[in-house]
Design a protein around this ligand. Structure first.
Ligand SMILES: [Fe+2]
Ligand SMILES: [Fe+2]
Length: 354
């Protein structure tokens, strides 16, 4: 467990990173947690009964291992050899990484999931298990005895791992990625025209929803004097909302389209109505938090789908701005979630004082 919910800290590392908070995990816990996860995925691979799923699990394992090993090699191992002074253990670990990487390369190049694939996976699993055993039973105990600041190193490793993971799954070029994705799920041929149709429709909906979100945030801000942290976050989110609207408008314009005035108006009306309803009750701040959380999650889901539709429609230059919108909404949802207890506590205290 990385953070303690009871202390009002982020409940997951993902939430912490998304919210820009620094809750450094102990690096040995973080790495051990990775080990456990990836071993679970090997079980999953073995139990999977179809090739498509096996292939996807393989990719998941390979990506996770590459990111994990990169963070270890670039940050954890150099720190470990500096502080524990056991250069030999680290050198051996590096050699084991090379061996595992060779197998990962072969697995990623494998055309089909056949007996040879299964053998390679078994071999990789054995390599990784032996390596984990050494790390957890020899290297980690040395690190625990050393003067390493395990929390500072944990923060750096967590950040590098996420970074590397993004590099690995992000497009080499957006075009190549989009073509690769279309090829990757060829259950049935996807029509570019159909994708474009739903991409445009989704963009118009997202524009209207962003307007709704903006209005909801705007109507809350003035009444949050006694919740300064929340107020500050919502003010910055208001600016993000303006930028999101502009981004969506630019994408639509590029497609020769513009936002739907009717949808925008309908959603703004909804924001006004729900804010007025919440304002009429005593626990307005809580109801607004719930509504904002729900909306941020819904918007994140919509942006995620829009990115997919954009790829299928070949709208390459729309992907990055949409990704930015997605990250902003995820961060907003993580912030509200992390602060629910604080907001609730503040509410009870203020109410208790009349
Ligand atoms: Fe490891
Ligand atoms: Fe390792």
């Amino acid at each position: 467990m990385i953070a303690d919910r009871g202390m009002g800290e982020p409940i997951s590392l993902g939430a912490a990173l998304a919210a820009g908070k620094k809750v450094p995990p102990d690096v040995t816990d973080l790495l051990a947690e990775d080990h456990e996860t990836v071993l679970g995925w090997f079980d999953w691979y073995e139990a999977a009964d179809n090739r498509t799923l096996k292939k996807r699990i393989t990719q998941k394992i390979c990506t996770a291992l590459r990111a994990h090993m990169a963070a270890e090699e670039e940050i954890f191992y150099p720190e470990a050899s500096r502080t524990s002074r056991d250069e030999e253990l680290v050198q051996r670990a590096l050699q084991e990484h090379r061996a595992a990487q060779g197998l990962i390369d072969r697995l990623e190049k494998a055309r089909s999931v056949d007996a040879e694939h299964a053998d390679l996976m078994r071999e990789l699993r054995a390599e990784i298990e032996a390596h984990i055993d050494e790390e957890e039973n020899q290297l980690f105990p040395e690190v625990l005895q050393s003067e390493m600041d395990r929390y500072a190193v944990g923060a750096a490793v967590a950040a590098r791992r996420v970074d590397r993971m993004l590099e690995l799954v992000a497009p080499r070029s957006t075009k190549a990625k989009s073509e690769q994705n279309v090829r990757e799920y060829p259950v049935m041929q996807i029509s570019k025209d159909v994708a474009r149709h739903y991409f445009i429709m989704g963009l118009k909906n997202a524009h209207a929803t962003a307007k709704n979100g903006r209005k909801m945030v705007e109507l809350q801000i003035d009444r949050l004097e006694r919740y300064p942290r929340l107020k500050e976050k919502l003010e910055s989110h208001l600016r993000e909302k303006d930028e999101q609207l502009e981004r969506i408008e630019r994408i639509l314009e590029k497609q020769g389209e513009k936002p739907s005035a009717i949808k925008d108006a309908a959603m703004t009306l909804m924001a006004n109505l729900s804010s007025a309803t919440n304002a009429a009750t005593g626990d307005e701040v809580l109801k607004n938090s719930f509504a904002t959380l729900g909306l941020a999650k819904a918007e994140a889901a919509a942006f995620e789908t829009l990115i997919l539709f954009g790829q299928a429609a070949g709208a390459d230059d729309a992907l990055q701005p949409l990704q930015k919108c997605l990250s902003e909404e995820r961060a907003m949802a993580a912030f509200i979630e992390d602060n629910l207890r604080g907001t609730g506590m503040g509410f009870l205290q203020l109410e208790s004082q009349g």
